[in-house]
Design a protein around this ligand. Structure first.
Ligand code: ZN
Length: 289
């Protein structure tokens, strides 16, 4: 199999702990990036050389360089979503529970009533959030390049890429959860997603927060850096820059609290982090007029 699974001890915070995957092959790399993937500046400096993380001197975007090749990434993700790993629930998608999916959907529904709306989930994984969207009355389309077969088993129309979507298909809302950190060229994809929105449509994004307390404390040992497929590491500021560069006029961080099922002190600590804007995940809603 193409991947090995290293799971941190489960149950420590009541949330299903996400499996972390590392390739079990000799990884190959692209050349070093010469320009910032977000603002295009060539003023780049190493941030954490030991883990190949750089930062743009102009927009402060952090990114991996050199990055794995497409061949390696395909091999890696295909392995992660192999039937065997799906059966064993070790695809790396285990962080998305039905409870979390419902909360994401409720954030969007607070802005756009979803009943009867056309909604796309980009990078739908096993379809957990797509199902929650369907339950809320939305007309859901999923795009999923690797787990498309599993996702399709939910009965939701699933395409393998944006190119496969019929050209006439546009959406009131697009959700993309924990996907943008995997992209090599975020602006290309964000612009394509914007092009798929109906006028005044909304994009909802979630991605790890590189300005979280955990990221600040752990620095190069931040767990999100260790994930092989992660190329980009966003702070609230750099995510907003990427969205605006991609043509979104309105961008706002979603300040709603996410409950991970913790109790007692842990829930309290998490709530405090949330209030301080230092929680582990960034969630943004963006609109293009
Ligand atoms: Zn930049």
């Amino acid at each position: 199999m193409g991947v090995s699974v290293r799971t941190t001890p489960a149950g420590t915070n009541g949330r299903i702990v996400q499996a972390q995957f590392e390739p079990q092959f000799e990884p190959q790399f692209e050349p070093l990036l010469s320009h910032c993937p977000t603002c295009g500046s060539d003023r780049l400096e190493t941030r954490y050389p030991s883990i190949r993380v750089w930062i743009c001197c102009r927009c402060r975007m952090m990114f991996r360089s050199p990055q794995p090749t497409d061949v390696d990434l395909n091999r890696f993700y295909s392995g992660a979503f192999s039937p065997e790993n799906v059966d064993k629930h070790t695809t790396g998608m285990e962080g998305t529970t039905e409870s979390l999916a419902k909360q994401y959907v409720s954030h969007v529904a607070a802005r756009v009533p979803l009943k009867g709306r056309k909604v796309m989930e980009f990078g739908a994984g096993l379809g957990i959030t797509s199902k929650a969207l369907r339950d809320s009355g939305a007309e859901v389309t999923a795009v999923e390049p690797f787990a498309w077969e599993e996702c399709g088993k939910t009965g939701i129309t699933t395409y393998r890429s944006l190119e496969e979507l019929p050209e006439s298909l546009k959406f009131d809302v697009i959700l993309s959860l924990e996907v943008v950190e995997h992209l090599r060229a975020p602006l290309t994809i964000l612009r394509e997603l914007r092009g798929r929105l109906l006028p005044s449509g909304w994009l909802y994004l979630a991605t790890p927060n590189a300005a979280s307390l955990r990221a600040r404390l752990h620095r190069s040992r931040w767990s999100e850096f260790a994930k092989y497929g992660h190329m980009l590491f966003y702070t609230p500021a750099t995510l907003e820059i990427a969205l605006r560069e991609a043509g979104f006029d309105t961008c706002a961080r979603v300040k709603k609290y996410i409950r991970y099922g913790n109790s007692g002190i842990k829930a309290l600590a998490h709530y405090a982090l949330h209030r301080a804007g230092l929680e582990g995940e960034l969630r943004f809603l963006a609109q293009a007029k």
